[in-house]
Write a protein that binds this ligand. Structure first.
Ligand code: MG
Length: 263
């Protein structure tokens, strides 16, 4: 009897050992110490090191400052615009940047008049035109109804914002815009449409929205071939809309080693 019990114990120990070894092998082969590491094969170069802004909305070190509250020297057509206490007030004409931009990230802060007058499109109207052609609407859309693809943060007459997150008239608001310019090929054929993403006051309101062409008041959207870069325009629409802290960054994809990129 004693011999049989000892035999059972030995068999149990053997089974337990086998189970433990199998479990360890399964665990070990699932860890990076034994698994073959995946490599994409792409030779990325180190991304450029930049300094972010001190707080959200401040320009990072690689931004081009378009308006820092002091002067509008980076713009043309601003003779009638006035500067007060770090902001510019629209008056007389549209203004446009001296420099042209293509794919870019644009930060802009704006405020419609605190004294409300007018309604619909006549209340706090302005706009940011990318490449002088594609308008992201600026409007006092706080309790002010108009056609939805013409309210604040709409791609004018093409696509309404996903939500209305406007602050009250007179309060400062932000747009952070990511713009991918359209591409044209031979004979001006559209190869790739433009896309616009907008965060208003930190809220996503346009999500990689496809542009259907230039934005017009009196005709349907239409693409007309143009260079890879164009100027940014701030619209004057007979309302004293204020602007401050405007900066832009050109978008560059992370670099790839040239010998790889050429393959
Ligand atoms: Mg407008």
């Amino acid at each position: 009897m004693f011999g049989i019990r000892e035999g059972n114990k030995a068999a149990a120990r053997t089974v337990a050992t086998i189970v433990a070894v199998c479990a360890w092998v399964a665990f070990a082969t699932s860890t990076s110490a034994f698994a073959k590491e995946y490599e994409s094969g792409i030779k990325w170069l180190e991304p450029k090191v930049i300094e972010p802004g001190e707080k959200c909305g401040d320009p990072p070190s690689d931004a081009i400052i378009l308006f820092d509250g002091k002067d509008l020297s980076k713009w043309v057509g601003a003779e009638k615009w006035e500067i007060h206490d770090g902001y510019a007030v629209g008056h007389g004409h549209d203004i446009k940047t001296k420099e042209a931009f293509g794919d870019c990230q644009l930060h802009i802060e704006w405020a419609t008049p605190s004294k409300v007058s007018g309604s619909g499109q006549g209340r706090g109207n302005s706009g940011v035109y990318l490449m002088e052609k594609y308008e992201v609407q600026i409007l006092d859309s706080y309790g002010n109804k108009t056609y939805f693809d013409g309210q604040a943060a709409g791609i004018y007459k093409q696509h309404p914002p996903m939500v209305n997150c406007c602050r009250k008239p007179g309060e400062w608001q932000t747009y952070d815009i990511v713009f991918n310019a359209p591409r044209f090929g031979e004979a001006g054929r559209l190869v790739k449409p433009g896309y616009v993403t907008v965060l208003q006051n930190g809220v996503l309101v346009q999500n990689h929205t496809e542009l259907l062409g230039s934005t017009y008041y009196d005709q349907p959207p239409k693409y007309e071939p143009h260079p890879l870069k164009g100027r940014i325009v701030l619209q004057y629409h007979h309302n004293a809309v204020r602007f401050r802290n405007i900066w832009v960054r050109e978008i560059h994809e992370p670099p790839i080693a040239s010998e790889h990129a050429s393959k």
